[in-house]
Ligand binder design. Structure first.
Ligand SMILES: [Zn+2]
Length: 284
């Protein structure tokens, strides 16, 4: 089927209390591994593509790969811009064939974030495209964006509720203590923030930095209102480990398919595990 926006998926997740996984797509191997996992699990999913990944693959390749994957399947697949930095980038992606965009105005003042997010929502919704907004600052490294832990600001529930009411985003990312990348120490998720905000907004909360968060913390977050979880780093780790293993055991290998097929298989297992954990299996 054609790519879909995440509007209906987010509503389904909110009502049925599961989370849709956003798995970042960094190349063809990611695209295939994620799609294969979804077919096996009968799970809807979101291809997340960052501006850095678009720069790497080229916008045309990104859209063509996502469409090719979705078209031959009956699984709902969303092509979503991850951490879009401007109105123009969001529009460029929508024009190219994306079905969902995130506008990350979290580094602006609350007023500016609301104003800029609203502009993206108005234009996107008119075309049937969903929008994710962000409030508070999520720590860690995302592409070229590094946020030191001391600069990571948790979202204030009353601001998050106002942000949702004024912008009408389809999914709301709020900083609740997770970080991009892998965790060095223990993750401390502020469940009270999730609970307070989720109880007052009509859309799911998005958890960024889902890699390395313990299963129990994921389950509790979903129970409280998280309906979209972003995973990238764990797939990167799985891919790299699989490639290293082949090249270490067989240093003479020169055919990329010999080390990339195991990489696809490794990522497929990671994604299947997440879909089971998120409760999205058999929801397609
Ligand atoms: Zn993120």
């Amino acid at each position: 089927m054609p790519l879909v926006s995440m509007t209906e998926l987010m509503q389904q997740a909110k009502v049925q209390k599961f989370a849709v996984g956003q798995f970042n797509m960094n190349n063809l191997e990611f695209a295939k591994a994620i799609m294969e996992a979804a077919e096996e699990e009968r799970s809807p999913f979101i291809y997340g593509v960052s501006e850095g990944a678009i720069k790497y693959m080229g916008l045309d390749y990104v859209v063509a790969m996502a469409h090719a994957a979705a078209d031959k399947s009956d699984i709902p697949v969303v092509l979503h811009l991850d951490h879009g930095s401007s109105f123009d980038v969001a529009m460029k992606c929508i024009k190219a064939g994306f079905t969902s965009v995130m506008f990350d105005g979290s580094h602006y003042s609350l007023e500016d974030n609301i104003r800029l997010t609203k502009e993206v929502v108005r234009a996107a919704h008119a075309m049937g495209i969903s929008v994710e907004g962000e409030l508070g600052t999520i720590g860690g490294v995302e592409d070229d964006l590094t946020v030191a832990d001391e600069d990571a600001k948790l979202a204030k529930p009353e601001e998050a509720i106002r942000f949702f009411e004024e912008t009408a985003v389809d999914a709301l990312a709020i900083a609740v203590g997770t970080a991009h990348g892998m965790y060095k120490g223990e993750v401390r998720i502020r469940y009270n923030i999730i609970e307070e905000v989720a109880g007052k907004v009509a859309v799911p909360i998005v958890l960024h930095g889902g890699s390395g968060v313990p299963d129990e913390a994921i389950r509790r977050s979903i129970e409280l209102g998280v309906g979209k979880i972003n995973v990238n780093t764990e797939n990167q780790v799985a891919m790299t480990a699989a490639v290293k293993k082949v090249l270490t055991e067989k240093p003479d290998v020169i055919d990329p398919r010999k080390y990339l097929n195991p990489a696809i298989a490794a990522m497929r297992e990671v994604v299947k595990g997440k879909m089971k954990l998120f409760g999205s299996s058999n929801k397609a």
